[in-house]
Design a protein around this ligand. Structure first.
Ligand SMILES: N[C@@H](CCC(=O)N[C@@H](CS)C(=O)NCC(=O)O)C(=O)O
Length: 366
């Protein structure tokens, strides 16, 4: 069969896949005021982008990064129109590796529902937006998750004066949750496995979920713990809310790309690994110039002094030097957005380097 026929056939098959994905999940409990169906897949067949993503991005002279605008510390649209956060810094890190200029990136904010279609259709080159790596997303949605930048889990926020401290006390409660997320499904699993009932109040955006919770329309607000820490900072009185100790799920968050472009996948993946490797080697944005003279082979490979690692990726050999110099290593990116000096402080915990007992581990750059 020629390529000419393969492409329409692929699109035809994708139509079935997406049609199948769009069937709503069975309602776990009586649903009230459902704003949208609990689906992650787009309802229309997206046009498959063609070509080589690296070439497209370089020709455009700008990376288009799918981000978030509503989660302070991860992806947030500031009053001055700029974006900031941990995920946004990874968009900048990728631009630094590609162009030697961290500003050559346009952040395209996406809601939970929109994000996968934006990637599938080629509207964005990469999705870096508190997105959980799951098997279904990796297969049916045609994504490839490149690395985990933040190991998270789902949590539950309640009003401090409610007296609620355990999930069991939420039996019969109304829970605010966002559509198109892993959150909705985990919530159903957690409650049903314990024979607890609840009424979900489902909304399309984080602002709507938080607004309904703040108005007292629900007893609990559930999302990734990072999202709860983040959104609590912009509630009217953050100190009036607590996050329960219990963690409902695993939520490994990280950048994803479209299926079918291995070189682009490698670039996004190794940019993330370079930030982790740099932290492990003690290379940061302040000392990276001195480190160019290091005789440690791992540092020499990382910074492009030896080994042509950049060329192997299709980039310049100083790709990781630029990432570290212009954006920083993993620890610097973490601290800038989530460190003790920020309103969205989240202790490193399992996001510590493996050498400190955490899960942050990069394969060797050599
Ligand atoms: N990690 C989960 C949840 C991600 C998610 O979309 N979280 C919400 C709540 S914090 C969010 O970012 N909302 C922002 C928006 O839609 O504007 C997933 O990948 O499904």
């Amino acid at each position: 069969m020629t390529r000419k026929f393969l492409i329409p056939l692929t699109l035809f098959l994708m139509a079935f896949v997406f049609a199948a994905c769009s069937s709503p999940e069975p309602a776990p409990a009586e649903t009230e005021a459902v704003a949208t169906e609990a689906v992650e897949a787009p309802t229309e067949v997206p046009a498959a982008p063609t070509g080589n993503t690296l070439q497209t991005v370089m020709d455009r002279g700008m990376l288009v990064c799918g981000g978030n605008q509503a989660v302070p510390g991860f992806g947030f649209l500031n009053e001055d129109g700029s974006f900031s956060g941990f995920d946004i810094d990874y968009c900048h890190a990728l631009a630094a590796a590609l162009f030697g200029d961290a500003s050559k990136v346009e952040i395209r904010p996406t809601t939970a529902q929109e994000r996968f279609t934006a990637l599938q259709t080629g509207e964005i080159d990469v999705l870096i937006r508190n997105t959980t790596w799951t098997l279904t997303r990796d297969t049916e949605l045609g994504l490839n998750f490149t690395a985990t930048t933040f190991y998270d889990g789902q949590g539950m926020m309640v009003r401090g004066d409610s007296g609620i401290t355990t999930m069991e006390q939420l039996d019969g409660a109304t829970i605010c949750v966002q559509a198109g997320t892993t959150t909705e499904l985990n919530l159903a699993d957690t409650f049903s496995s314990r024979n607890l009932t609840y009424t979900p109040l489902v909304f399309d955006t984080a602002d709507e979920v938080a607004g309904a919770y703040e108005e007292g329309r629900c007893d609990g607000f559930t999302t990734d713990i990072s999202g709860l820490v983040s959104r609590r900072t912009i509630l009217a009185d953050p100190s009036a809310h607590i996050i329960l100790e219990e963690v409902m799920s695993k939520e490994p968050l990280g950048p994803s790309v479209r299926h079918g472009d291995d070189q682009w996948y490698d670039i996004v993946q190794w940019v993330v690994f370079a930030t982790m490797q740099a932290e492990e080697l003690g290379v940061n944005s302040s000392n990276v110039d001195e480190m160019l003279a290091s005789d440690n082979p791992s540092i020499r490979f990382l910074l492009g002094v030896e080994g042509d690692m950049g060329l192997k990726l299709g980039l310049a050999n100083n790709w990781a030097y630029n990432v570290i110099k212009l954006v920083g290593n993993y620890g610097e990116i973490y601290d800038r957005n989530l460190g003790p000096e920020t309103p969205t402080y989240i202790p490193r915990g399992i996001n510590s380097l493996w050498t400190d007992g955490g899960l942050i581990y990069a394969p060797p750059i050599r």
